[in-house]
Write a protein that binds this ligand. Sequence first.
Ligand code: ADP
Ligand code: ASP
Ligand code: MG
Length: 599
Amino acid sequence: MPRIIVQKFGGTSVGDTSRIRRAAARAVAAQQDGAQVVMVVSARGKKTDELVSLAGEFEVDPPAREMDMLLATGEQESVALMAMALREAGAEAVSLTGGQIGISTDDTYGKARIRAISTDRLKEHLDAGRIVVAAGFQGVSDSGDITTLGRGGSDLTAAALAAVLGAERCEIYTDVPGVFTVDPRIEPAACKLDRIGYDEMLELASLGAGVMHSRSIEFAGKYGVPVVVRSSLTDEPGTLITRAGVPKRPVTGLALVRDAARVTLAGLPDRPGVMAEIFRRMADRAIPLDMVVQDLSVQGIAEVSFTVPQEDLAGALAAAKSAVDALDGAEVTVGTDLAKISAVGAGMPDRPGVAAKMFRTLAEIGCNVELVTTSEIKVSCLIARDRADEAIRAVHAAFALDQAADADAGGAPGDDHPLSPQEQRVRTVVEGLQGMEDIVVADVSLDAHQARLSVRPVPDRPGVLADLFEAVAGGPEDDPSTGATVDMIVQNVSHAGHAAISFTVPESEAKYAAELASAPAAAWGEGEVQTDPHVAKLSVTGVGLRSHTGVGLKLFAALAEAQVNVQLIGTSEMRVSVVVAANEGEAAVEAVRGAFGIG
Ligand code: ADP
Ligand code: ASP
Ligand code: MG
């Protein structure tokens, strides 16, 4: 079997003729080295943005079908030019559109999902000694229409082609020398990572690190494709994205979403079905909810907040209003000009000190935190947009991310450490998939021995979160011998200067954690610590759970059906967790397993 390499070149890397020639030379070199080469190319420079604004000259909201027809031309231009450059360099080459390759997608114009890719035509060309130049970002629907995969989607084309061709690796050539601890445009002191695990990269990409499209990492992880991100202008080795090894430090990288908006549904009844009602309306409009925060109810009245990209705000607001009406809720409020900063690291589970340090750092620059959500490997904070850059830089320094360290001490690519049970389950599910980008739900599990603590009301000012979690972590240095083990942390939006914070700990540590938490409350002169010593945490584990709006919907619909009330929610791309009453845990897990067809 010949070795196959996929090389993807982003917009800047094919921006002008000299760059196109340079990219062509890389492909020719790889071919001369004995590999069959598939190039995936993006539209040149800012071409796609130009086309978007051109369309805007005619219609405020152009039909999605016509937009896809238009945007796909950018890539078509690039592939033809690239094929010419390859011929100039003495290679045989053929350019192909998504349709010609046989990338079939669903018909969600603008964010189409790949269903299948036929490889016959590609293989024929490769076996005939040609370099195949594939147009990124596009496919074709069953009805024969051109579709696009979402902005930045050429990465996805590259990962998908590498997966179906069984490529040795997928090389992503871009305008930075690799994946950095944070976007080097925000923090010039950011460090390049030598390698990073799929899970961490997926989380970072989905939390705003624009260097890779998150669905491309979903794909690469599912199919086990090693990805290398490197500069198209230099010969530095770049960053290898592969299966994780043992992380060397608690935080691997930071990500920023600059355009977040918050929607809060207040005065909701505290009963099963509320979340399902909200998620259904959002899923109908294909709006992915980002941070989802449901806080403990007070006197039977609950409140749910979530964030959405600013551009989805109008749709989210309409959906939220109709949900509030249907639920006899009180009102919908909105927060704008917000940003979400997130710290990601496979080394952070159970280390409340990581969250505490992030909170303390934000407090030290006087930055208030509006919402908090966490998952196993990330902490996200919603803050004012105009503080975002400063906040990123401060947190970056606090975790010493400006000092080089191998993010991940795992083995080499193609390394043979055995698949973890989670990876095995993902692979098994993937083998049975109908559509290549279908949801992969690998497991539904229950931890029935958790306790939930809520501290309320707490003052709504910088430093409160830091005080609380430093105390619970056993001090600013996160001392496990005196601290408690914290799992989920949730802070909802404040009212009249007061906020509420909830978190979970193992049942056995409930009393101790409550003692630790009551010290800062005493110092603030307010804040009652309430403990529910018996709650259960149900987790749905898989790949790409947040980008598929249907996952939340299915989960909450199943819980509603089983009459299970949801107390807290935590979401990430790899896991959605909900906290429910301990005596409802078994019923919940059964219902959710049934919904996802897991035995
Ligand atoms: P391409 O056109 O090659 O796909 P993109 O603009 O999509 O390039 O992605 C590269 C950009 O991603 C970089 O210029 C950088 O500013 C940004 N970026 C965001 N987060 C990171 C990160 N963690 N590491 C490296 N680059 C990042
Ligand atoms: N040209 C498309 C975009 O700008 C796809 C890509 O570059 O990956 O979004
Ligand atoms: Mg890109």
